[in-house]
Structure formats: structure tokens, C-alpha cells
Design a protein around this ligand. Sequence first.
Ligand code: HEM
Length: 261
Amino acid sequence: MSGNFAKPQFVLGLVVVELLLFVLVLPLLLKWLIYYEGGFHWYTKATDQTTEKFFNIHPLCMVLGFIIVLSQGVLVYRVIPGPKIVAKIAHASLHLITSILIILGLVSVWKYHTASGYPHLYTLHSWTGFSAILLFGLQFLFGFLYFLGDDYANIKRTMIPIHRYLGLCILVLSTIASVAGINEKLFFGMGKKHVPIINGSNGPQPAEYPDKPPEAMVGNFLGLALCIAVAAVIFVATRPSFQRKSDNYNDPDREPINKAY
Ligand code: HEM
């Protein structure tokens, strides 16, 4: 295996990251959206029953794309040994999957807003989310231009640290957007539904966020889990000792630049 990939600390870090993403974040996301929010529906014509389920596609696709798949894309260079082109293709493919999920998530919330008569892009959530989308789009485009081929060695040398830094910025920005989005949904979405019901002073009524019903706890834990999982991804992604030899600038044995990128 080339580089230092097989270090026990690296394997442990990777296992922790994947456990956090797939055993903590994903089940909490699905529990919230399916059990408490009623599941998913891709509609062509809005009805009262389908609009909320159509909205649910937004958080599903955004968290899957921006947090779960993108994290795999960030770490893939550390996991795939052998010729770098294989890791490059895996990196680009995971970003392609993220792009498709982002488009689906954006279409669903945009159509949902239009169908419900809400204005577009007025919240802090939507501003941070939109910034993450724009940055991701630019990063993807420039990634294709500079890194997929073997030419432009000098441009690559300059671009690589910027590309890495922006990649982590996108991950952080999308976590901020997700946490803000979850909070917004809990504040405005709860209290409208029939479940969960609490016994208020005027008899049974839908639970609001401050009543701390189980749905609110699941949403809060989901937000926390996202932050912890992304912190773990960043930790593993920024350890120089976990990099390929060709990616580690301080390694005197690093491959020549035109082969390395
Ligand atoms: C990286 C993840 C996310 C991104 C990039 C993102 C992006 C966006 C964008 C751009 C809008 C504006 C759409 C419009 O104005 O028509 C929006 C709306 C919305 N999103 Fe997200 N979103 C993300 C995750 C989430 C999550 C996890 C939730 C949780 C439920 C959520 C809840 C909402 C809500 C309630 C709206 C409508 C209100 C508003 O415009 O803020 N989002 N999102």
C-alpha cells in the first residue's frame, strides 16, 4: 500500500468517521424525516398531503449529498491505494453524486416554496446553504479543469492547497446550513402536525418545539451528530501523516508534481 494509509490510527479514525456518519447521522435523519415528518413524495401537482413530504426530499438530499457523500469524497484519496488516477476518478464520481443530490434537494425546496407562496432566499439558512452550493459548483468546475489531466503542473501546485482548503470550507458551511435548517424546521414545522400530541391547559394539542417532544430531541441530536461527524472528517482529512506520500509536501520522497496531481 503506498503512503501511510495502513497506520492503525488512520484505520481507527476512518472507522470512527464512518460509524458517526452511517450509524449516528443517517438513522437520526431517517427517523426524523420518515417517522416524525411523514416520509417522502416527489409530486408534480401539489396537494395538502404531498407538499410536506415533497419538502422532506430537501433535507434528505442535502444531508446525504453535502455531508455523507461529500465526506467520502474528501477522504477517498486516503483510502484508495495504487495509481492516483483511480482515486481521482472515485473523488470526481462522488462529487458527481453529490451534485445530483444537491440539484434534487434544491428543486424540491424551491418548488415547495413556490407552491406554498413563500418568498425565496430570505433566511440565514438559505443564504449559508446557497453559498455552500455556489462554492461547491465552482470547486467542482475548477477541479475538472485542473486536476483530472496530468498537465499544468505549476497551476496544480498553486491550486491544490486552495482546493483542499475550500473543500473543507464547503463541508463546514454545509454543516452550518444544515444545523440552521433543522432548527428552522423544528421552530416553524412543529405545532402544525397532529403528532406528537401533548396535554396542554386547553386539552390535547400539537406539541411545539419548547415542549421538548421526542421529535425535537431527535432533531437536536441530529444537528449535534452532524457537527461531531464533520469534526471527525476534518480531523482525519487534515493529518499530514495520513496523506499519500505524493500529497505530503513535507515528505522528501514525494512523487514529482506532474505525476502526483
Ligand atoms: C447543506 C445542506 C443544505 C443546503 C445547502 C440547503 C440549502 C437551502 C436553500 C438554498 C434554500 C432556499 C430555497 C428557497 O429560497 O426557495 C433552503 C430552504 C430551506 N431549507 Fe435547506 N439546505 C440544506 C439543508 C437543510 C436541512 C438539513 C434542513 C432541515 C430540515 C433544511 C431546511 C430548509 C427549510 C425549512 C427551508 C425553507 C426556508 C428557507 O428558505 O430557509 N435545509 N435550503
